[in-house]
Write a protein that binds this ligand. Structure first.
Ligand SMILES: [Fe+2]
Length: 336
């Protein structure tokens, strides 16, 4: 298509004002809160008009036209965020109505989309409070329904969220299941451990997400990454209903880092480091969830290999717990 100079000028001005959004951000909303743009024949054009109805067919059509990369005007970014926040609020309130798997799937996906917004703006109290309330509700809902966990895991993986935002929910889903299998916990504990595990990586928001697509982080990025547990505590302290010992768990939540491949094993002999049962469980579930899911720079590893690493990490110190973990995962993936 031939472009006239006016088109080019107009396009340049538009490109300058457009922000990329994730395709998933137009999921789960019934009408577009603003104009959404896509690249059509080399030009930025409106592909969804403000207030246009969004149906599953709308999404399929966009994908068929190769319009997975979408953009909104800078000033409209907030309206999309608000729509997804409202969506999450609504599903949180009506979680127990309808098909449990469908509701849990929706809630987990909305929670993850909104977690992305929180990472963009970690000091925003309303985004953080919404995450806390929604995560607490989902914790109790899922704790009472272990029969849907595996299907939920598979459905959630299919959504293809960036792993930085998907990982907190996946590791926490595993944690919930293993806690259930111990029969040691009451609802209040479940809420707190769910929140602790789910919010433990919020300090990662200090590093731009694009950097995590590359396996070879610079030394500086590695340092920043290694400090994310402390950054998480700094972000959360005084803003979330987590007691000090739970913040301590967040501070110590890495026995092993799958990103830097660093072990913190030497620390376990240091009496100032607390590797209690819960800290260990949160760390181990995080490691397994990371190892068995895809990353932009590698394919998912096998459950067997991840459990082998866990055996090396904790097998000696926690032999009973290691058996519990192995049994839990064997049961979890029994249909494979
Ligand atoms: Fe972490």
């Amino acid at each position: 298509m031939k472009q006239n100079p006016f088109d080019i000028l107009q396009q340049n001005a538009l490109n300058f004002k457009l922000n990329p959004i994730s395709f998933r951000e137009i999921f789960f909303i019934s009408e577009s809160p603003c104009n959404v743009y896509g690249l059509v024949d080399g030009l930025m054009k409106v592909v969804l008009h403000k207030k246009e109805e969004i149906t599953p067919q709308t999404l399929v059509l966009l994908l068929q036209k190769n319009l997975a990369n979408l953009f909104v005007l800078e000033e409209d970014r907030g309206s999309l965020r608000l729509a997804q926040q409202e969506n999450l609020r609504h599903v949180t309130r009506s979680l127990s109505i309808g098909d449990p798997l469908e509701k849990a799937r929706l809630q987990a996906n909305l929670l993850t989309i909104n977690l992305g917004y929180l990472y963009e703006d970690p000091t925003n109290d309303s985004l953080l409070n919404l995450q806390v309330q929604s995560a607490k509700n989902l914790a109790i809902f899922l704790y009472g329904r272990p029969q849907i966990h595996e299907a939920l895991y598979r459905e959630f993986i299919k959504q293809g969220h960036h792993y930085i935002f998907a990982q907190p929910f996946l590791s926490t889903l595993f944690l919930l299941g293993v806690m259930k299998s111990t029969r040691l916990y009451v609802d209040r504990d479940i809420e707190l451990f769910f929140l602790t595990s789910y919010l433990k990586d919020i300090g990662m928001s200090a590093i731009p997400v694009e950097k995590y697509n590359d396996e070879n982080l610079s030394e500086e990025d590695k340092k920043l990454l290694a400090s994310h547990p402390q950054l998480s505590v700094n972000i959360l302290k005084g803003r979330v209903p987590l007691p000090p010992n739970h913040l301590k768990i967040i501070e110590n939540h890495h026995i092993y880092s799958t990103l830097t491949k660093q072990y913190n094993l030497a620390d376990k002999d240091d009496p100032s480091m607390i590797f209690g049962f819960e800290t260990m469980m949160i760390s181990v579930m995080d490691t397994v969830a990371a190892m068995i899911t895809d990353r932009p720079f590698r394919k998912a590893g096998s459950l067997f290999n991840s459990l082998d690493l866990i055996r090396l990490l904790i097998g000696e110190q926690y032999p009973q717990e290691f058996k519990l973990i192995v049994n839990y995962f064997k049961n979890f993936f029994r249909s494979q």
